[in-house]
Design a protein around this ligand. Sequence first.
Ligand SMILES: [Zn+2]
Ligand SMILES: [Zn+2]
Length: 284
Amino acid sequence: MSRWLKITHSLLASSVSDCLICGKKSGISSELPGVCKSCQTSIPWIRHPRCPKCGRHVGCPDCSRSSDPVPIVCNRSAVAYTSGMREVLGQYKYRGNERLAPVLGLMLDQAYSILQSERGQMPRDGGSKQLHPLIPAFKSKRNRLWQADLLVPVPVSDSRFAERGFNQAERLADFLSRCRGVPQLPLLVRTHHTGKQSFKSRAERLADMKHAFAVNPDPAVGSQFAHWLESSGQGRGALPLQIIIVDDIYTTGSTIRACAETITLLAASLGCTAEIYSLTWARS
Ligand SMILES: [Zn+2]
Ligand SMILES: [Zn+2]
């Protein structure tokens, strides 16, 4: 566990006496500080995703039926988006209960651990060669625990940002960045407001998302990215960049897909390749 993660754990554990989810004064869980044991045990964690592609906890007709090429390696989510989890997210996102931010961040970190242990079984240089399961990971440098190179939050439109005062995906990416020591950059911007997605059909969402994102035109972000590529030596290297897109919810995957396509084009324009993943707090 990183130093920062430990600090967050101990701060939450010592400063919170009322559960941040239900508000009751009862025993705070040690696994998820700030949350009582009863709320903690009712969290619908996705520890063993049933769909290897989108990380869904139940059988997934979308991924098995669709023949569209998917621009991400996989999505992993911390929890199933149940009505209880919808209530928690609503408290944070719409009712401004900012104290929930580290709790959601710690939950997303669990999904990172799952992704890391899944990817950790593979050599880092991208081959599909499976090492013998009895060879300990620490004996091979190439087989060290997988780590992302960069986190990219899904952007919100300017009007959403003005309405809420923050971008929840950026807050989650910030938290994960500090826990894991992986840099985060707002590489993307939303070029148009797509309206409420939940009322739309799958086809409508896909069409809607086609041109919803673009590379962030802010020269400061561009130069940070170029500098990062330069200093990490990734730009010219043979290894594809390991990039994680971060968002709060994965519903049809159309948002993540559109973001991944934009990042893939950006990487190609800079002469490098990227393997793109997504980490989302909940999977609906
Ligand atoms: Zn509680
Ligand atoms: Zn799926």
